[in-house]
Design a protein around this ligand. Structure first.
Ligand code: F42
Length: 147
């Protein structure tokens, strides 16, 4: 089942539509979060249980060719599902930042490394700070590096 290439679009319409338009335009349209003007990337994961392909837009937090994947979900009390997909299938992850997706290796950061990437994340997308303030969970951050 984990070899499935079936794509299961997000149940959230605005997310599904953003992925569709971003992909169809090679990243030239639908490449910001709504009217913020701040850039996004699209991350592909494999479902932890279903094994199907999932696509998740995230804010673009790039530094020297690496990307932070911030599991903020607007400061909700629970981690987003894609966080668990990354843990379950770390070797099946792609990032699209422009015309086409590329395979990445991922690592979750903690301690000083996380503090540094958190700072970069908040510079890229200031509301992350508010999201962390409003939830008791520690918002996880993964780093994606091109393979
Ligand atoms: N979310 C963030 O967390 N951080 C961001 O920086 C961010 C930016 C952003 C920018 C643009 C945009 O359009 C959306 C943005 N989002 C951001 C929202 C993000 O794209 C996700 O929609 C959000 O984080 C929620 O992710 P989620 O994985 O929890 O999505 C839910 C709604 C979802 O897709 N649920 C599916 C469903 O059918 O209910 C299940 C998906 C799934 O992966 N299931 C797994 C499987 O095996 O298939 C496991 C199921 C299980 O129970 O274990």
């Amino acid at each position: 089942m984990s070899e499935s290439s079936e794509y299961a679009p997000s149940p959230w319409e605005w997310v599904r539509d953003q992925v569709e338009e971003y992909e169809a335009s090679g990243g030239t349209r639908a490449n910001t979060l709504r009217d913020t003007g701040l850039p996004i990337i699209v991350v592909t994961t494999r479902g932890a249980r279903s094994g199907v392909i999932r696509k998740t837009p995230l804010m673009r937090v790039e530094h020297e060719g690496e990307y932070a994947l911030v599991a903020s979900m607007g400061g909700a009390p629970k981690h987003p599902v894609w966080y668990f997909n990354l843990l379950a299938h770390p070797d099946d992850v792609w990032v699209q930042d422009g015309p086409s997706p590329f395979a990445v290796s991922i690592r979750e950061v903690t301690g000083a490394d996380k503090a540094l990437w958190w700072e970069r994340s908040v510079v890229a997308y200031p509301p992350y700070a508010e999201y962390q303030a409003k939830t008791e969970r520690q918002i996880p951050v993964f780093i994606a590096s091109r393979r």
